[in-house]
Design a binder for this molecule. Structure first.
Ligand SMILES: Nc1ncnc2c1ncn2[C@@H]1O[C@H](COP(=O)(O)OP(=O)(O)OP(=O)(O)O)[C@@H](O)[C@H]1O
Ligand SMILES: [Mg+2]
Length: 311
């Protein structure tokens, strides 16, 4: 896992509820423990990471949540206004775009514009020398990307614009942003996944789509929520024998539950194995299921340490 943290940009995607935000924040935290500055970029306005740290939503503003750990909720309108201000050196046009109606009609007329300017801001955050006035560089930018289909649209927007605009500033800028996304030495794409059959199938599809549609390799799958395998095979046999011998008692209920959990753990293990076979051992790491796994600071700290240890 540690090699992921040497990149400038880590993109975390996966199915809804698969642990994207958790993994994104845990990776950023791990980077801060190594002494760096890291920022988690959320899209869609949920601001779960800020909330996990007990903060109010701050919108499109870089906000420090704990020493070295930053968060921003990316807003396409603000990102475009910022870009134009940087390019034109004037706030007149960019100020106009703060008017929601104008941005709305521009975005409606230009499919993919929201995605392009969002990735433009991610690119800007990842620059070793920031373009924004007085802004400090980050050692790592983690994009908490939307669920799979939308994430492909987001990551693919720069290359689409590069191809549509055959020359000029949009072509050049889109090429630069797309260049960051497709450079494996600077960017790694990570999928969060649950250890179940359908999510594993979807993760394998995602891997193929990333390669076919974007020419990008899925670098790492983080499978979250593994329950421990509690028993040896011989113990399972003994428990089963005692269950068929005894009548009902409080102890048999507990044993049945324990056996059922064990069965689920074995099935999870099989699903992880499918991922390993398809993508390679090194591409898959697992995180335990925490009993009290709310998206809060203590969960993130614990999972982040587990990620650092994972290999
Ligand atoms: N290893 C874990 N153990 C226990 N709970 C976990 C674990 N990983 C994630 N969770 C919990 O699962 C829930 C979903 O995780 P998370 O919000 O990170 O998923 P997501 O993919 O970002 O979801 P969404 O698609 O809604 O953005 C959260 O409540 C989170 O705290
Ligand atoms: Mg999320």
């Amino acid at each position: 896992m540690l090699s992921l943290l040497d990149r400038r940009l880590v993109v975390v995607t996966g199915k809804g509820g698969a642990g994207k935000t958790t993994v994104a924040a845990a990776l950023a935290l791990a980077r801060t423990r190594a002494g760096g500055r890291a920022i988690v970029c959320e899209v869609g306005g949920g601001e779960s990471v800020s909330r996990a740290f007990g903060r109010r939503p701050a919108g499109h503003v870089e906000t420090e949540l704990s020493p070295g750990l930053w968060a921003i909720s990316l807003e396409p309108r603000a990102a475009l206004a910022e870009y134009l201000r940087d390019r034109l050196g004037s706030s007149t046009v960019s100020g106009l775009l703060f008017e929601n109606r104008l941005f709305q009609s521009l975005a409606d007329a230009t499919p993919g514009l929201r995605e392009l300017v969002t990735m433009g801001k991610v690119w800007e955050l990842a620059q070793p020398e920031r373009r924004s006035d007085g802004a400090s560089a980050y050692d790592l930018v983690v994009l908490d990307a939307p669920a799979t289909g939308h994430a492909l649209g987001l990551l693919g927007a720069p290359s689409t614009f590069r191809d549509v605009a055959s020359a000029g500033p949009v072509h050049r800028q889109a090429e630069i942003i797309g260049g960051l996304i497709s450079d494996p030495s600077r960017t790694a794409v990570v999928a969060a996944a649950l250890p179940e059959e359908t999510p594993v199938n979807e993760t394998l599809e995602l891997s193929a789509q990333l390669r076919d549609e974007l020419g990008v390799e899925l670098r790492q799958v983080v499978v979250s929520g593994l329950i421990p395998e509690r028993f040896e095979r011989s113990e399972v046999a003994r428990i089963e024998a005692s269950l068929s011998a005894d009548g009902a008692s409080p102890a048999t209920d507990a044993l049945r539950q324990a056996l059922a959990d064990h069965g689920r753990a074995l099935e999870q293990g099989r699903q992880v194995e499918r991922l390993r076979e398809a993508l390679g051992d090194d591409a898959v790491v697992t995180l335990p299921r925490l009993a009290d796994g709310a998206l809060d600071r203590s969960t993130l700290e614990r999972l982040s340490q587990a990620l650092e240890r994972a290999r």
